[in-house]
Design a binder for this molecule. Structure first.
Ligand SMILES: NC(=O)c1ccc[n+]([C@@H]2O[C@H](COP(=O)([O-])OP(=O)(O)OC[C@H]3O[C@@H](n4cnc5c(N)ncnc54)[C@H](OP(=O)(O)O)[C@@H]3O)[C@@H](O)[C@H]2O)c1
Length: 240
């Protein structure tokens, strides 16, 4: 017995979804936001939910968000703005307009080494800034929210997080490590933000199922503005 009827449009997160059919526990799903297409809704759960948790973990009004033009960052900028924050977003040269359009008050370019200002929180989605550099931009009592960019070779790549946690007592800022946790309440909060028009997915391209490797390669190369989605509704390209 579930809250859904056959044919209801739903969204949520589950592994193994690059497939024609997948069984997902009903408890992991909520009704799709009414103003999104299925492809847009598919982009939301992992990235937006991570962003929601990161913004909730941040403190104060002035936020610096690294990786602001990517999957997680595009939602983090919008959610932070919806909560009344003043946002500076770090992105590459081709995506300044995108991050500004999402509401960022200021943008910095990671390819030019731009890094500055003083913030209540740094949401570090991507880039591996050193703890020293994080400390330079955080006010006393500020929060460093570590989302991604671990990249270390020990402890399954989490050694940067461990070092940051160990060093935290000797720094002037708090360290919070974010590990994505799914929840229905989180999905419902995102649905509300999306239906209110405060948050929208930024879809670069929707790929057919047989182009999953191409989609992953585009993300890996940094060519994607926002997110890439794989959809069964897109027919495969004709074979030459
Ligand atoms: N903790 C968790 O639970 C959790 C959950 C989900 C994801 N993550 C992690 O979050 C990270 C970001 O995921 P995503 O899906 O948002 O990635 P993504 O879509 O590939 O976005 C990457 C972002 O990083 C920027 N970037 C690329 N190279 C950079 C550099 N050298 N210095 C600074 N910024 C750089 C890109 O900017 P330009 O493209 O504009 O250059 C873009 O904004 C990943 O490490 C992922 O594993 C963690």
């Amino acid at each position: 017995m579930t809250a859904f009827e056959p044919g209801d449009e739903v969204f949520g997160r589950h592994g193994g979804t690059c497939a024609e059919l997948v069984a997902v526990p009903a408890a992991q799903l909520v009704a799709k936001p009414a103003n999104l297409t299925p492809a847009q809704a598919a982009a939301v759960p992992l990235s937006a939910f991570t962003a929601l948790q990161a913004v909730r973990a941040a403190t104060g009004r002035e936020l610096l968000i690294s990786g602001a033009s990517g999957g997680v960052g595009t939602y983090a900028v919008q959610i932070a703005k919806a909560r009344g924050a003043e946002v500076t977003g770090i992105r590459g040269p081709a995506k300044a307009d995108l991050v500004r359009d999402l509401g960022a008050d200021r943008v910095l370019d990671h390819t030019r080494g731009e890094w500055g200002g003083r913030y209540d929180s740094l949401i570090d989605v991507y880039g591996n800034p050193s703890l020293k550099d994080c400390g330079r931009v955080l006010k006393p009592g500020g929060a460093l929210v570590l989302v991604g960019g671990t990249g270390g070779k020990w402890f399954m790549g989490t050694d940067r997080w461990l070092r940051a946690l160990l060093a935290a007592p000797f720094r002037h800022f708090k360290v919070k490590v974010l590990v994505h946790k799914d929840s229905r309440d989180g999905l419902l909060a995102l649905k509300d933000l999306i239906e209110a028009g405060d948050v929208r997915p930024v879809l670069d391209r929707v790929y057919p199922l047989d182009e999953v490797p191409r989609a992953i390669e585009a993300v890996r190369r940094g060519e994607v503005r926002g997110q890439a989605v794989v959809s069964l509704a897109v027919p495969p390209a004709p074979r030459r």
